[in-house]
Structures are given as C-alpha cells and as structure tokens.
Write a protein that binds this ligand. Structure first.
Ligand SMILES: *Cc1c(COP(=O)(O)O)cnc(C)c1O
Length: 375
C-alpha cells in the first residue's frame, strides 16, 4: 500500500453541520456558520475582523482592492512561496520585487527585503513557511519605518505564534487557506483577516459584490444597492458548516500533527548529525503547528535520488515551491539579483508524508527507508 503525502481527515461532524445549515434554509454566503467561523477566529486569536472567502487567493485579491493598490505600486514578497501570493497583485498592475529566503530557513530574508524598498513600495508580504513565524518584531519595525502595509500570508500558519502572539494578528491584513492540503480544510476555502479598523467597513461591501447587503440585513440602510466595486468572495454557508466542524477539532488536529512531526524529528536528528542532510531548527520566538516536515539534502541530484528511493518504496515524498522569480511567467520580468537561498530550498527540500491519520509506526518505517538510503 502506498503511503500518500497527504490525506484529508474528516471529524465526522461535517455532514451533520451541512444538513443543519440546509435545514435553516440559508445556504448562500454570510449565513449562520460563516458567522460562527468568523467569530471563532476573532475570539480565539483576537483578530480585529475576519471574512470567510472562497480561497486564500480570493482573500488576497480582496486585500489588494482594499489597500487601493495602483499600477506601478511595488510589493515586496518572498520568491519561495505559492503563486497565489503573487497573482492578485499582478492583476492590479503592481510591480513585484522578490526577496530571497534566509540562509537557514525558507522564510523571507528581511534584510534583503528592506534593501528592496523604494519610494514606490506599498506592501511587504511575509509568508510563514511551514507555520514557523517570520521575525515579526523586525517585519513590523521595517513597515513602520518606511510607512508600508504589512500583509501576512498565513496559509500554513493557522494556530501558530510569534512570542506568544498569534500569526495573522500583526499585519494590517493576513490571509489564511482551508485548501485540502492545509491543516484545517473545507476542500477549498480562505479567510481574510483585517487588523486595521479603517479597512473594515469597505471590506464588508467588497466582499458582497460591491453592495451594502450586510448593512441592509442589519437594518442600517433602507435599500440594498450597488455602492462600490467588489466581487463574489463569500463561500456558501455549507462550506462554512463543513469548516466549522474542523475548527472545533483544531486542538486535537494540531496535537496529532505535532506528535507526528516530533516523531520524524526524533528519528531523523541522529542521522542528520552524520552530515547527510539538514533539519531546520525552530527559533525560540516561534511555535510549530505541524504543517510540514521537511529535510534539506546535500544537492539536487541527491534530492532526486532520495525521492526515487522513497517512491520506489511506496512512500510519496515531494519537493516544494519552484521559485516565482524564475517561473515561466515571470523570468523575463525579473531584474533583481540571483536568489541563492530560494534556489537552494527549491532544489534541495523534501517534504515527508504528514497527515492526521498517519500512524507513528509508519513514520518509523519512512525514517528507516531514509536511513537505508544514507546507510
Ligand atoms: C495554499 C496556499 C495559498 C493558496 O491558498 P488557496 O486557498 O488555494 O487559494 C497561498 N499561499 C500559500 C503560501 C499557500 O500555501
């Protein structure tokens, strides 16, 4: 039997919630379960205001509208991330400046990011790779000093913290994903987090197709009409009902993922010490939410050999992002310096299977196969 890289896990309550949403007779957006999910995030993590969206990509698109990004505005972001992080900005005509990863972690190198800032820079985006925090004291300080907007892509980083404070609570904006591959999932789904009051009123309108429907349903205005630009960013309440079942289990899901992560780490730390590959250490300021477990091989050829070895043993291990700065779409537009750390992680990083139902003895078997490869 093949050990998959990922396998979605269902709590068992999802269908019951969907049935209950249907029985209320309101299954379009912004229904009871949408409100429950948003309240969950606002209460548990102290986010100022949240909006459930159809995807993290949609949440990012909403953010680019709210920050009134114009053609020629510059946005600084890591190259080692998913394409969705970039495309909403490209759609608004922004210039993307890609920063390198740190030498010892895929997260953005903030010194390099700061060196890219010009008078046209409007946004710094950070992405907490594998749920491990970027140094947020530094990121916040850079944004204050240069008066630019901080956006956190927390697609990997739900329920993860920096110095005890939840990720997603630092930026003016943050965006989360509930795609099937993420820790908490509704198949597709996302969340826009807004921590700066001045964007909230308009967000409600942009979220609901440019209408004042939210204010109308609260009885604050007498007519439901078109008042601004917008799009259809609200997921069906059935999606929210599904998601809410998952959110109720967030502690259990994370405890389990972290125990799998720790088992990998305990098993592989000794082999790693022999100098075959690197494991990434977690900084003191950050917590781990068990989103990914990965190792860094000596070079790309070794990575490919190890991947084949694992795949031949029915273990689906995978590499991760291809750098955005050298992607087919962007490479002719990229004017910056080589991003050597980004390339290193693109060429040498391997992710191992990690999902809720992965038994610890199977983790031991996977680690045994890695040991065999290096033995
Ligand atoms: C998954 C992911 C996204 C996109 O999420 P969707 O919900 O599929 O739009 C964006 N950024 C990062 C870092 C991701 O991992």
């Amino acid at each position: 039997m093949k050990i998959p890289f990922n396998k979605p896990w269902f709590t068992g309550k999802e269908i019951q919630n969907i049935t209950s949403a249907a029985s209320f007779g309101h299954i379009s957006g912004n229904g009871l379960y949408t409100k429950k999910c948003q309240e969950f995030f606002e209460k548990k993590y102290g986010y100022r205001k949240t909006f459930l969206t159809s995807s993290c990509t949609d949440a990012l698109e909403m953010a680019t509208i709210l920050m009134e990004l114009k053609e020629g505005d510059e946005v600084i972001m890591p190259s080692y991330t998913f394409v969705s992080t970039t495309s909403p900005f490209i759609l608004r005509g922004a210039n993307i400046l890609f920063a390198d990863s740190m030498q010892n972690h895929p997260n953005i190198d903030l010194d390099h990011a700061e060196s890219l800032i010009t008078e046209n820079t409007k946004v710094l985006m950070v992405m907490h790779y594998g749920g491990i925090a970027v140094d947020m004291d530094e990121a916040v300080a850079i944004c204050r000093k240069h008066n630019i907007i901080l956006l956190e892509d927390t697609a990997h980083a739900i329920d993860s913290f920096y110095k005890g404070r939840p990720l997603g609570s630092f930026g003016e904006f943050a965006t989360c994903s509930f795609h099937e591959t993420k820790n908490i999932s509704s198949g597709e789904g996302g969340l826009l987090i807004i921590n700066d009051d001045k964007y909230i009123k308009r967000a409600e309108i942009v979220w609901e197709k440019g209408t004042n429907r939210s204010a109308f349903s609260r009885g604050e205005v007498s007519k439901y009409e078109w008042v601004d630009v917008g799009a259809s960013y609200t997921p069906s309440d059935m999606i929210a009902a599904f998601l809410y079942a998952q959110l109720k289990h967030i502690d259990d899901i994370h405890d389990t993922r972290i125990s799998i992560w720790n088992r990998y780490h305990d098993n592989l730390a000794n082999i790693s010490k022999l100098g075959h590959f690197e494991l990434i250490s977690i900084p003191d300021y950050a917590t781990n939410n068990g989103h990914v477990f990965y190792l860094i091989t000596g070079d790309m050829a070794e990575r490919d050999r190890l991947l084949s070895h694992l795949n031949n043993n029915m273990i689906q291990a995978v590499f991760h992002y291809l750098p955005l700065h050298s992607s087919p779409y962007f490479k002719h537009k990229y004017q910056g310096r080589p991003l050597i750390n980004t390339d290193k992680f693109a060429n040498r990083l391997i992710r191992l299977p990690l999902f809720y139902e992965l038994p610890l003895d199977v983790v031991d078997i996977i680690c045994g196969k890695i040991e065999e490869f290096y033995g």
